[in-house]
Design a protein around this ligand. Structure first.
Ligand code: ADP
Length: 204
C-alpha cells in the first residue's frame, strides 16, 4: 500500500451533493472491474459494453490496461511491485470517474487478490459502487486465441513473468459477476454484462 508522503494537506469538500450529481447525470456512477487472464476477452467485452451503454444515452468510459500503460502508467513494468502500483493508480482513477457519475469499465488482468481487494475497499470507503466482473477463460482457450502472440512468446521464454505461465493469476472467489468466455460467445457475454448493470438500479 502506498504511503502518504505529503504533509500539511487537507481534503477540501465541495458543495455538490451525491443526489444533485445523480440528477444531473441521469445515472449513478460505478466501477465495473474486469479481471481475467490475458486474452480472456476483457477489452473486447468492454468495448462492446461501452458502445451499448453510450447508444442507450448513458455515460460510460473504458480504462484499458495497455492504453493506461502508454500514458499515466508508462513508468511501470510487470514486476509484482509495479503491477500493484498499476492497479492502485487505476483504482484511484476509476473511483474518480465513478464518483463523477460515469460507468467506468476498467479492464486489467489484475492478477493479485490483495490488489483487487484494495480497489474494492477504496470504493467502499468513498461510498462508490464497485462490481468485480471475473472475465473467466481457461488458460488453454486463452492460449489458443493468443491475439497478440504473447503466450507464444512467454512459452518461448521471451517474456518473463507472464500471468498464467510463470506468474500467478489468483482467481476471484466471490465476484459480483462471473462471465465465462470459453463457454458463451461474445454476444451472450455482452448481454450478460448489460443485464447485470441494468439490475443495479444505477439509472434514473
Ligand atoms: P484481454 O483484454 O482479456 O486481454 P482481448 O479482448 O484483447 O482480451 O482478446 C480476446 C480475444 O478473444 C479476442 O480476439 C476476441 O475476439 C476473442 N473472443 C472469443 N470469444 C470471446 C468471447 N466470448 N468474449 C470475448 N472475447 C472473445
Amino acid at each position: 500500500m502506498a504511503e502518504q508522503v505529503a504533509t500539511n494537506i487537507t481534503f477540501h469538500e465541495g458543495t455538490v451533493s451525491a443526489e444533485e450529481r445523480v440528477k444531473n447525470m441521469g445515472q449513478k456512477g460505478a466501477t465495473l472491474w474486469f479481471t481475467g487472464l490475458s486474452a480472456s476477452g476483457k477489452s473486447t467485452i468492454a468495448v462492446a459494453v461501452e458502445q451499448v451503454l453510450l447508444s442507450r444515452g448513458h455515460h460510460a468510459y473504458r480504462l484499458d490496461g495497455d492504453n493506461i500503460r502508454m500514458g499515466l502508467n508508462k513508468n511501470l513494468g510487470f514486476s509484482a511491485e509495479d503491477r500493484t502500483e498499476n492497479i492502485r493508480r487505476i483504482g484511484e482513477v476509476s473511483k474518480l470517474f465513478a464518483d463523477a457519475g460515469v460507468l467506468s469499465i476498467a479492464s486489467f488482468i489484475s492478477p493479485y487478490t490483495v490488489d483487487r481487494d484494495a480497489v474494492r475497499s477504496l470504493h467502499a470507503e468513498n461510498n462508490v459502487p464497485y462490481f468485480e466482473c471475473y472475465i473467466d477463460c481457461s488458460l488453454e482457450a486463452a492460449e489458443e486465441r493468443d491475439p497478440k502472440g504473447l503466450y507464444k512468446k512467454a512459452r518461448a521464454g521471451e517474456i518473463k513473468g507472464f500471468t498464467g505461465i510463470d506468474d500467478p493469476y489468483e482467481e476471484p472467489t466471490s465476484p459480483e459477476l462471473h462471465i465465462k468466455t470459453h463457454v458463451d460467445d461474445l454476444e451472450t457475454c455482452v448481454a450478460k454484462v448489460i443485464e447485470f448493470i441494468d439490475a443495479q438500479n444505477l439509472f434514473a
